[in-house]
Design a protein around this ligand. Sequence first.
Ligand SMILES: Nc1nc(O)c(N)c(N[C@@H]2O[C@H](COP(=O)(O)O)[C@@H](O)[C@H]2O)n1
Length: 200
Amino acid sequence: MEFDLTIQPIRSWDAEGQAAFCKVAEEYGEHSNMNRHYPYDDRGLHWRGTEAQYQAMRFPHLPDHQEAIRNAPFMMGAKKVAYERKSETRPDWQEVKVHAMAYVLTRKLGAHDYAERLAATGTRDIIEISMRDAFWGAQPRNGKYVGRNMLGILLMQLRAGARILELPPGTFFPEAPIRPLEDAQLGFGGLDQPTRRFAR
Ligand SMILES: Nc1nc(O)c(N)c(N[C@@H]2O[C@H](COP(=O)(O)O)[C@@H](O)[C@H]2O)n1
């Protein structure tokens, strides 16, 4: 089943009875892209969370930017690193960002127990509550949530079985194979260092 990546119109949801999340430490916070308890590997690289990979996808032409974002210890930090470089974002980002988000959410499904946590939302609507972002989330207004809630929409499609398994080569990440640097070159030992740098 394919994702429908169409940008949805603004609508409202009742505030009660939904799988609504805002902060990562609160109920349903596992669905936030800022949650770093669902790391995964993709394309030979370790990602601490979906926000890092999503933001890295702004810069397929700038692998060093992608590495700086990937190495940020926290997801808000990853977004900050990306925003410091925002002016260099690929020019078609607005057209491809929903595709990018669907891709990283598909990857998150393989992290720890995330698939079970997503399934546990049952038939509830999934809503990211955001005071300022009515594109990915919905804003609280007069007892309702109002917005496009595109993150929630994609998560509900993921729950229903939608997947993006591969990306066209070179569209979001460099085509060149990624070669991990030897530990000796890095100046530290141990294979479990989460912040290993990579050469291309
Ligand atoms: N700045 C910020 N703080 C939060 O607490 C958030 N939940 C978000 N939202 C997330 O930011 C991502 C979208 O980034 P772009 O605006 O497309 O650069 C997405 O993961 C939202 O869920 N932002």
